[in-house]
Design a protein around this ligand. Sequence first.
Ligand code: SF4
Length: 254
Amino acid sequence: MLFDKIIFGPIKSRRLGTSLGVNLLPDDCKLCNFDCIYCECGFNFTKPNSHLPQRDEIKKALAEKLLEFARKNEHIDTITFAGNGEPTMHPQFADIIDDVVNLRDTLCPKAKVSVLSNATLIHKPKVFASLQKIDNNILKLDSAIEETIRIVNQPVTNFSLADTIEHLKRFEGNIIVQTLFFKGNYNGVAIDNTSDIEVEAWLEALKKIKPRSVMIYTLDRPTPAKDLYKADEKRLQEISAMVENLGIKTQING
Ligand code: SF4
């Protein structure tokens, strides 16, 4: 399912509460440098004449929406960068973050600003600096085994797990790790990132990254790859307890 607007919602998010979405990607295709087999937008596809929304359009659309909420006295918990792909790929990402933080401060000061990102571009100084300006810097780490990431997230550009972990460490705790746990089969390969070996490696990575908290969740919507299944609720609870034992807060959304 694609988001067909720049500003969408607000939706009741399992993880973030009442969330007003900002889609920086085209509204008729998906643009991401991962191609996760569970992505709710489907597998990557482009269209020749797709329009990437520009900074001014985004600023105008968000300002109108926030003014409308202010008039109606409606409350939102967060303005969330999500949508049809990876928001940090937008060439004006840094400027757009500045605009959104300013609009939030002026029109909706109680709301948080959240970015859901796959962390592939955090090595870029501008992306790194922008993510330091927001409230919820939510970065994906579905596995700490590179082979699993290649199957589950299908990076479409150069990817190194070791480098990613090093860059995640540079946030010095100002990061929320998001991990989607599930099981299944894809192209004849069995996947289970809830297994002991997976969780052990992932916990070791968390020890290095020292995130502020971890969002643990599982499948909730139809997936482009078939034969994928939710993680057991009991296993999610066990994984959460192991993270809490490291002194890191968790949030489970089964
Ligand atoms: S990183 Fe996010 S947008 Fe990109 S393919 Fe994965 S789930 Fe979809």
